[in-house]
Write a protein that binds this ligand. Sequence first.
Ligand code: ADP
Ligand code: ADP
Length: 224
Amino acid sequence: SKAISIQNLSKKYAGGKQALDDVSFDVAQGSIFGLLGPNGAGKSTLINILAGLVMKTSGSASIWGFDIDVNPRNAKASIGIVPQEIMFDPFFTPKEALELQAGLYGVPKAKRKTMELLRAVRLEDKADAYARTLSGGMKRRLLVAKAMVHSPPVIVLDEPTAGVDIELRQQLWDYVVQLNREGVTVVLTTHYLEEAEQLCDRIAIINHGKLIANKPTKELVGMA
Ligand code: ADP
Ligand code: ADP
């Protein structure tokens, strides 16, 4: 019943910065979970540890029951990460980018899956355009589609609406909510309480690497 379980997780960078300090929390399957905190709080570090991009210093983390150290491949296969930085080849088209990703994960019926995802994120008209010609919001939606290519049960979005205008933000949220209705567990980081309030069932707040709250959204908002 736990989509993600994080126990006593700490990260101290080589430079000496303690980015995470003894953080523990669980994300329930089927929920939309918000990780809130100001810039520099440690949110990206936490996500990068789940993504396998940053090595933790101590503690443990599991995704869909798979420990990231013991079963890293199964853990990775259970999660789709939408990174904060937009990065893909500017001369790849959305269709090519998704087909390539599908190939990496050995997804069956890659072409059909690609078209399905392009429709879902409303990029079917841009299927054959160079990624460099897409707007910021379109690129972000392409990243969401890319994270969903292997149909993971959990998707994590790191500051998904940074630099996205209000209309595109709404389209992104509509898609995320739709995924959640279809059973996908969603974790998102944001530094906007308002955004987390609207979307999340539960919100954890992190500051200076420490977890300072973890409550159902209603209780948290009641306190403010
Ligand atoms: P290291 O793991 O040795 O710190 P990095 O290449 O990650 O190696 O970073 C080198 C140095 O650059 C770090 O020690 C840190 O001082 C600084 N640094 C890198 N990324 C960041 C960041 N996102 N925020 C603050 N400082 C950073
Ligand atoms: P957030 O995503 O909440 O803005 P981060 O996880 O990016 O926070 O950063 C947490 C802290 O760790 C910050 O003080 C940041 O400068 C530092 N940091 C991030 N990456 C590195 C790095 N590679 N090396 C050294 N310090 C880093």
